[in-house]
Design a protein. Structure first.
Lengths: 149, 169
């Protein structure tokens, strides 16, 4: 390293820090406030309890409906598409018939024994992951800051 | 004192340091302000655990550096981490050439502007080396570059600084 490079290195190290813009602090605080305003943990306690109850109810309903649908489709897999196609054909509508055939494909695939439990498990896992991510990402000191303790 | 006031004091204490580091790494003051905000948001999320730590300044510097490097690699089409020079140490000596009359690097404003005028791939390793006191090896690891390329880029950055200082623009 030459003398000039050494001198340059020393001078760079001694460069004074830049002055942060005066708007930096208020902008950071504004972004924090905006985040906390809409965050789940910032909702009123009653709203949080209601949302948890609603989530649990929805999960239960989905589970129940899925299990009923699965057992029904497994018991009579051809009844649904036949009835649906019959209704559509009587309307003499080609597009509707095509839609009906597409629905039949979807419903037939729902009749697969493993599809509904897999779908249900996926939905429950996704819902649980979102819920626990919300809990885990909650800043620990947030409540104190919000309440100005 | 409230926790909110604690955090505002924390920002006041470190905002110049964070903004300076971001501005020197990015070479752009508007982007530096955005990155500084992001760094403080991360600090806010971890404030309970870092507020009493004696190393919170270092933590904040590491976060800022990582945010800036991520920003450079994700959002700048012109960002090239490596110089296009051949990957051999001999290139550094070949670049050195004869000793020239040395410009005076004492003008802080000019030096700051010269630093910002450097291309990303020269400025970033130069800043990490001279301001953050990282070794060549640490910079190479951080940037995912070879040691030879980091040395070359730092050397070229110094030479480019010299040229800018010589012309005084």
């Amino acid at each position: 390293m030459s003398d000039w490079e050494r001198k340059l290195g020393d001078r760079l190290k001694r460069l004074p820090p830049l002055k942060a813009p005066a708007s930096l602090l208020p902008m950071v605080m504004e972004r924090i406030e905006a985040r906390t305003r809409w965050a789940w943990w910032a909702w009123p306690a009653a709203a949080r309890a209601a949302s948890l109850a609603g989530l649990a109810g929805a999960a239960g309903a989905v589970a129940f409906a899925a299990s009923r649908l699965a057992s029904w489709l497994q018991a009579a897999p051809s009844a649904v598409p036949a009835r649906a196609l019959g209704m559509l054909a009587s309307a003499h509508n080609g597009a509707a018939a095509a839609l009906g055939r597409a629905l039949w494909v979807v419903l037939s695939s729902l009749g697969q024994p493993l599809l509904v439990p897999v779908l249900l498990t996926y939905l429950l896992c996704a819902g649980g992951a979102v819920f626990f991510w919300q809990l885990a990402s909650r800043p620990r000191g947030l409540r104190h800051i919000e309440e100005g303790v | 004192m409230t926790a909110a006031a604690d955090f505002e004091d924390f920002i006041s204490d470190y905002q110049d340091m964070v903004y300076t580091l971001a501005a020197r790494l990015l070479g752009d003051r508007a982007e530096a302000q955005d990155m500084a905000q992001d760094a403080f948001l991360k600090a806010y999320q971890n404030f309970e655990s870092i507020k009493d730590s004696p190393t919170k300044g270092g933590w904040l510097k590491a976060v800022t550096t990582n945010l800036c490097l991520n920003h450079l690699s994700r959002h700048r089409a012109r960002w090239k981490l490596f110089s296009e020079i051949a990957e051999d140490d001999g290139a550094i000596e070949a670049l050195a050439g004869p000793e020239k009359s040395a410009p005076d690097p004492e003008d802080a404003g000019l030096l700051e502007r010269a630093l910002q005028a450097l291309p990303d791939h020269q400025r970033v390793p130069l800043v990490l080396f001279h301001f953050e006191d990282l070794s060549y090896e640490e910079i190479a690891a951080k940037l995912g570059a070879t040691l030879a390329k980091v040395k070359t880029d730092i050397f070229r950055g110094r030479e480019a600084l010299r040229k800018i200082l010589e012309t005084g623009t």
